[in-house]
Design a protein around this ligand. Structure first.
Ligand SMILES: Nc1nc2c(ncn2[C@@H]2O[C@H](COP(=O)(O)OP(=O)(O)O)[C@@H](O)[C@H]2O)c(=O)[nH]1
Ligand SMILES: [Mg+2]
Length: 240
């Protein structure tokens, strides 16, 4: 869909002169909808080396990661929203791109922190995860899912420590506060400001799959990160 004449009813965000946020959200969501299963691997070295930007989704089991991926891509079964936490132990890749041309990849990493998982598996997970996050060359951004009712867990903190050097070198970082519908307005505001302090310069967004909150904002961020074009407006890009 090509959008080059923004509706007069849609006002650009004052802090982003020239960018029509609604039009950008439409483009971003169309792009996310192209997600297709690419491959799955139990460890980093089984993954194909890719030269398109990769955006990794991480988070403790049950944080709402599968639901979020399915919501963003508008596909019910893309990332299987398992009722059994800790079930997905592989890194799953999904390709994104219009007209069959892959221009980015989403990586769904195994959920962690599920108590019933044997210790050996937990250690294995930490190694796979750390290896991926530290050495995956085309990794462009990390999206950490966090249920704001629980806040950051010990494993989330470990993960933050692991990725911090790469974030300092320019890796993009977003914390999604999931299931925001479970919080009151006041609780949402509080959770957002606490997480902004903890995220160390990363982005933080409230998200609810059931109330469809935060979808446009997150979609736009992911789209922008995968398409970093300086000094171009969304309309220019859409015309190309
Ligand atoms: N109320 C509410 N529940 C959610 C939301 N997102 C996920 N859930 C529920 O949280 C549970 C875990 O979700 P799932 O996506 O499987 O989490 P994952 O283990 O991180 O992949 C499921 O019962 C979902 O239905 C949300 O936005 N709102
Ligand atoms: Mg899941």
């Amino acid at each position: 869909m090509t959008i080059n004449t923004p509706s007069p009813a849609i006002k650009p965000k004052p802090d982003l002169p020239g960018v029509d946020t609604k039009a950008e959200a439409v483009i971003a969501s169309g792009w996310l909808h192209t997600a297709k299963f690419l491959t799955t691997a139990p460890q980093l070295h089984f993954l194909p080396a890719l030269d398109v930007p990769e955006i990794a989704f991480v988070g403790r089991s049950n944080a709402g990661k599968s639901t979020c991926i399915n919501t963003l891509t508008q596909q019910k079964q893309l990332a299987f929203a398992s009722k059994k936490p800790g079930r997905t132990q592989h890194i799953n890749l999904f390709s994104l791109g219009k007209q069959g041309v892959t221009d980015a990849v989403l990586a769904d990493l195994p959920g962690y922190g599920y108590a019933a998982v044997p210790k050996q598996d937990k250690i294995r997970w930490q190694q796979v995860m750390a290896n991926y996050l530290v050495t995956r060359e085309n990794l462009k951004a990390i999206v950490l899912m966090c249920d704001p009712r629980h806040g950051l867990t010990e494993l989330d903190e470990i993960l933050l420590d692991v990725v911090r050097p790469r974030v300092e070198e320019g890796l993009k970082f977003l914390v999604i506060l999931t299931k925001a519908d479970k919080l009151t307005r006041a609780e949402q505001t509080k959770a957002l400001s606490i997480m902004k302090l903890q995220a160390g310069g990363g982005e933080v967004r409230l998200f609810s799959a059931t109330k469809r909150q935060g979808i446009d904002e997150v979609s736009r961020l992911l789209w922008q990160w995968a398409h970093p074009v300086a000094d171009q407006t969304v309309a220019d890009i859409a015309i190309v």
